[in-house]
Design a protein around this ligand. Structure first.
Ligand code: MSP
Length: 511
């Protein structure tokens, strides 16, 4: 039976336009989804938009638009961003869809029937920006009397009737989960943070609000709407058809991976598993959180005016260059800084020079000296075999790295091969062999074509369009581009299309 793989992005708040931070999570999840598909898995890749809550209602009010109309417009914008960034999602869930309202109501009832919900009144600190409650001990008091959460968001005191979820009852079970499955939360630094948070003690969680109405009504008491996080987390099972757990789609539960930004690890690694335990459902296998991007050293914000639209970058540099840069520049899990200069540097050196030139050199030598047809494999010497082996080891290497969500390591491994291939081509100098030893020249060019095939095959998840073009130029049939297909050598004599540059150098216009 085909193995299944379910990976999700967070669902994005529709309070503003998508920026590069949102694109980052989606690109990383897309790479994992594409990799698993090429590796023979049956993949379900979910993304979407988080449309309820006070924050979205406030943004709609500022725009002077009804919340649903506002959400419709921004959700469409997020979908267009996903499409522009080549995000191969299988489903795009919106929390205002009827299927989601049904799933939320069913989930709530289930928790209620299990005795996990009670009515009371909430009094405490709330950060609108984070849509999150905070304890007094987590806050910093400013000179002007305002209190801020560790995220920097300002909190306000709220007091209102509320339903509560018995989160406190799950402290020990959560700790036991983290202990029994050290891979449940990644990276390890985040795991420690979560463990400490839970160890410090969990209070019951307020899960409904009465002071505004833009949310999912609480079943049986429409004066309350569900707390937006309670509604949002359910999206992961909405998309699988919950409450219909007999559906074919439900077979994707539990999720293999919830990919999230570090600021929302707590919701996914504490609240969500507690809700699921309370509902008697299986838990996701892993929650991995990545770091945050700053722009030229500064936090991205509308007021600073440095918000980067990934679509504008893709239009200027090509979507694949942007995807490559974001995955290459920082260790996934850590924070990173974005700058045009760094992007252009990587594009020119690693894409145009290292990989682009290697392909261009190899393919034009084949075009000129082998009548444009793929040479025979021929007899390999030691250098040839070493080169081949290094490239052939990539799928297994990447499999292990990507299961640990380390795409930056994968790109480093691939570039090690690319750099080795550049050394190989310089040493073997096939252009000089043309006259002295044409048989040897053909062997060398075939090694290079095969190495490029390996490299382009494993790079498909990262740069889908460019690698499709490269595999086309290498004469790899469209149905022979999976990892399994690498076991079958390309047919010698295959006529290759005329070579064309794939990664043009970027030259900044003078300012
Ligand atoms: N709606 C919630 C998530 C609910 S999931 C059930 C939310 N939405 S959000 O619109 O604020 O998007 C958050 C996600 O965007 C983060 O988890 C992170 O993945 C990404 N990022 C937003 N800004 C970012 C950066 N500056 N850098 C990197 N990623 C960031 O939270």
């Amino acid at each position: 039976m085909t193995e299944r793989y379910f990976v999700s992005t967070p669902i994005y708040y529709v309070n503003g336009s998508p920026h590069i931070g949102h694109a980052y999570t989606s690109i990383a999840a897309d790479i994992l989804a594409r990799f698993k598909r090429l590796d023979g898995f049956d993949v379900f890749f979910l993304t979407g938009t988080d449309e309820h809550g006070q924050k979205v209602a406030a943004a709609a009010a500022v725009a002077g638009v009804a919340p649903q109309d506002f959400a419709d417009a921004v959700a469409a914008d997020f979908r267009s961003m996903a499409d522009a960034m080549a995000i191969s999602y299988d489903d795009f869930v919106r929390t205002t869809e009827p299927r989601h309202l049904e799933a939320c109501a069913a989930f709530w009832r289930r928790l209620e029937q299990a005795g996990q919900i009670y009515e009371g009144a909430y009094e405490g600190w709330y950060a609108l920006r984070d849509e999150s409650f905070y304890g007094e001990d987590e806050l910093t008091l400013g000179p002007d009397g305002t209190r801020t959460a560790p995220s920097g968001a300002i909190v306000e005191w709220v007091r209102e009737p509320s339903y509560f979820f018995r989160l406190s009852a799950f402290q020990e079970r959560l700790l036991a989960l983290y202990e029994a499955d050290p891979d449940f939360i990644g990276p390890p630094s985040r795991r420690n943070e979560i463990v400490n948070f839970v160890r410090a003690g969990l209070k019951d969680l307020s899960i409904s609000r009465t002071s505004f109405s833009w949310g999912v009504p609480v079943p049986g008491n429409p004066a309350h709407v569900m707390y937006v996080w309670c509604d949002a987390l359910v999206n992961y099972i909405t998309a699988l058809g919950y409450p219909d757990t007999a559906s074919a789609q439900w077979a994707f539960w539990p999720a293999d991976l919830h990919l999230v930004g570090k600021e929302i690890a707590r919701f996914h690694a504490v609240f969500w598993p507690a809700f699921l335990m309370a509902a008697g459902l299986e838990l996701p296998r892993r929650v991995f959180s990545h770091g945050w991007w700053t722009i030229d050293g500064e936090k991205m914000s509308k007021s600073v005016g440095n918000v980067v639209d990934p679509r504008a970058l893709a239009a200027e540099f090509g979507v694949d260059a942007v995807r490559f840069f974001l995955m290459r520049e920082v260790s996934f899990g850590g924070d990173g800084d974005f700058s045009r200069k760094a992007l252009i540097g990587r594009l020119n050196v690693e894409l145009a020079n290292d990989l682009g030139n290697l392909a261009q050199r190899t393919l034009s030598l084949i075009a000129r000296n082998c009548a444009g047809a793929l040479p025979e494999t021929g007899a390999a010497n030691e250098a040839d075999s070493a080169m081949r082996e290094q490239a052939a080891s990539l799928p297994a290497l990447l499999r292990a790295q990507l299961d640990r969500q380390a795409p930056h390591e994968s790109l480093e491994s691939i570039w090690r091969v690319v750099r080795a291939a550049n050394v190989y081509v310089d040493r073997q100098a096939p252009w000089a062999l043309r006259k002295t030893d044409p048989v040897r020249m053909a062997v060398v060019l075939r090694v290079l074509a095969d190495v490029l095939r390996d490299v382009a095959t494993v790079l498909q998840p990262f740069m889908p369009a460019s690698m499709t073009a490269m595999l086309d130029q290498l004469g790899v049939p469209a149905d022979a581009r999976s990892f399994a297909a690498l076991a079958v050598p390309l047919a010698a004599g295959t006529v290759l299309p005329p070579p064309q540059g794939i990664f043009p150098r970027h030259v900044e216009p003078p300012t």
